[in-house]
Write a protein that binds this ligand. Sequence first.
Ligand code: NDP
Ligand code: 8X3
Length: 253
Amino acid sequence: MKKIALITGASSGIGEAIAKILARNHYNLIITGRRMERLEKLAESLISTHKIEVLALNFDVRDRNQTNDVLKNIPENFKNIDILVNNAGLAAGFGLIQDGSVDDWETMLDTNVKGLLYVSRALIPGMTERKSGHIINISSIAGKETYQSGNVYCASKHAVESLTKAMRIDLLSHGIKVTSIAPGMVETEFAKVRFKGDEQAASAVYKGFVPLAAQDVAEALEFVVTRPAHVNINEILIMPTAQANTAYVYKQL
Ligand code: NDP
Ligand code: 8X3
């Protein structure tokens, strides 16, 4: 029987790349996000290429009731989820704390922290009952360091790091693996979302060096999920070669 993985935020970027790599590894998939058309297209292509089953689920992780309702009603053949990838997330805005937009702060905390909690709370009881499972939280270098104008995004990813450690401790007696994958700069729709569609500002972020591709992060996750049962990778920090940390990026402009 094929294993089942649920990936939040699979409609683009890292989540989409993870869906593709897990499909190649013969997992049946539940892919989620708000942009259903994209999810349906991805599902179609994965089903025909890899002969797996794919269920696309449409919900906003910020909406607690919607998230619970959708996850409570997962069809029987998809219910026994082996791997949960908490990937849905974003940065909204980039600015000093004294100028910050409270709406942006709420969007980030509601998505990156509360959304991750709502999804996890809905799915963990199935894992504890079955005494097996693997939760992989997509964190960030921003969860380990804080950079100027990154304030609340960094705080949200520090929370992801802390929750990863908390889950690992609380779920220890249930045999559930918990991993954090923390990437540096990855070229996805992330900067476009952060700069609210300003293509120029977004493309400037990745100019003058080679950032990570979503595929690089997906390959790190592939390593994590292919370890034997007695091995857990607690965390992976994966960076572009040209990025030492959040402050030092060697750009040749
Ligand atoms: P993208 O913008 O390409 O993808 C973000 C994904 O999250 C989309 O599929 C989006 O789907 C989903 N998402 C966002 N908000 C919600 C929501 N409220 N409800 C449901 N789904 C949501 O960016 P990335 O692929 O780069 O980001 C993925 C994760 O990786 C994020 O957690 C990000 O913080 C993290 N990360 C990114 C890095 C980077 O440099 N790009 C580096 C380190 C970490 P939809 O809009 O369809 O709902
Ligand atoms: C995204 C990485 O450094 O742009 O999490 O904040 S960074």
